[in-house]
Design a binder for this molecule. Structure first.
Ligand SMILES: Cc1cc2nc3c(=O)[nH]c(=O)nc-3n(C[C@H](O)[C@H](O)[C@H](O)COP(=O)(O)OP(=O)(O)OC[C@H]3O[C@@H](n4cnc5c(N)ncnc54)[C@H](O)[C@@H]3O)c2cc1C
Length: 290
């Protein structure tokens, strides 16, 4: 449970961090909150020789509105997401999800950037970012590129992030005023990763669903965008029969592993239950403005 030796770097700008990463290639890794990377280093599942701590880089911090988007800096902690009045007003699903990550100690250090860049299918924010149709801003010495959250995840711990790149910010199209959302997560105990979880964001017009997005956490090797399930609820009033159909469509795209959280069959069924619950909650919230 002791990490291998490494050199610790604490740059004060993105340019400096990128230079250190470029100088050491795949022997270097960014360090954010350390709540995923350090445990992996202790287990020797990761053995970086250079850790590039992003914590002192001011340009990576903060949450702001930018025209029709919300921009969240990569090193914004889960605790800061919970405290943000802008997010509470404009995209409450982020706060609701952050509240369900681990415990307050971990949330005080764990960052949005680390959570989404990590590539662990158990992380909660990737599915929520897919539901919000977020874009990840990636920077390297060669410049900047933007990758949609829905295209970023390629397998467990395998993402579109390339060697020498830092995720600098997440850009989220501000959800429509009056939208409804919910993140429903089944876990064995407080602080646990999801057995299965579902995120839903929808809008309602004239009592019917006008738009909907549904995504899933920890029931496949990546977060899953349940596109078909979302389409099934459009034009409906989210009645029980529709929710059942959507839940079945969501379950159909899952491929969970049997592990300590349950069998594959149980976790697939729970993905359906979480989808139906999140749909009902999001629809009620959109109608009542809660
Ligand atoms: C007991 C426990 C329970 C937990 N439960 C949950 C849970 O229920 N749900 C959940 O979602 N998470 C959970 N976590 C993980 C926690 O949320 C982490 O904080 C998070 O996954 C990683 O964020 P971090 O800032 O700590 O990143 P780090 O651990 O520092 O980094 C994680 C990975 O991302 C890379 N990285 C970090 N930042 C960047 C960046 N800006 N650009 C490029 N690469 C970057 C690192 O190189 C590393 O590979 C738990 C952790 C613990 C210890």
């Amino acid at each position: 449970m002791i990490p291998g030796p490494f050199t610790y770097h604490r740059p004060s700008s993105v340019a400096e961090a990128l230079a250190v990463l470029a100088a050491h290639g795949d022997e270097a890794r960014p360090l954010a909150g350390g709540h995923s990377l350090i445990p992996m280093m202790k287990l020797r599942m990761a053995t970086p020789e250079h850790l590039v701590d992003l914590g002192a880089i001011k340009e990576l911090a903060g949450i702001r509105a930018d025209g029709a988007e919300i921009v969240i800096g990569a090193t914004t902690t889960q605790a800061e997401l919970i405290k943000s009045e802008l997010l509470a007003a404009k995209a409450p699903i982020i706060r609701e999800t952050a509240m369900q990550i681990a415990d307050p100690q971990i949330r005080s250090k764990g960052t949005l950037g680390g959570n989404v860049a990590n590539g662990d299918p158990g992380n909660d924010m990737p599915a929520v970012m897919q539901c919000l149709d977020a874009r990840y801003v990636l920077q390297s010495k060669g410049g900047e590129r933007i990758v949609a959250a829905r295209d970023f995840y390629q397998g467990a711990y395998f993402t579109a992030l390339q060697e020498g790149e830092i995720l600098v910010a997440v850009r989220i199209p501000t959800p429509a005023a009056g939208h409804g959302s919910a993140y429903e997560k089944l876990k064995r105990k407080i602080g646990d990763y999801a057995t299965a979880a579902a995120a839903v964001i929808l809008t309602v017009s004239g009592g019917k669903v006008a738009s909907a997005a549904i995504t899933l956490t920890n029931v496949g090797s990546t977060p899953l965008f349940a596109e078909e399930a979302g389409k099934l609820v459009i034009g409906t009033n989210c009645d029980a029969a529709t929710a059942k159909k959507a839940a079945e469509a969501a379950m159909a795209i899952t491929d969970p592993a049997t592990d300590g959280r349950g069998t594959a069959a149980y976790r697939r069924a729970m993905a359906g239950v979480m989808t139906a619950r999140a749909l009902a909650k999001a629809f009620a919230r959109a109608k009542t403005g809660a």
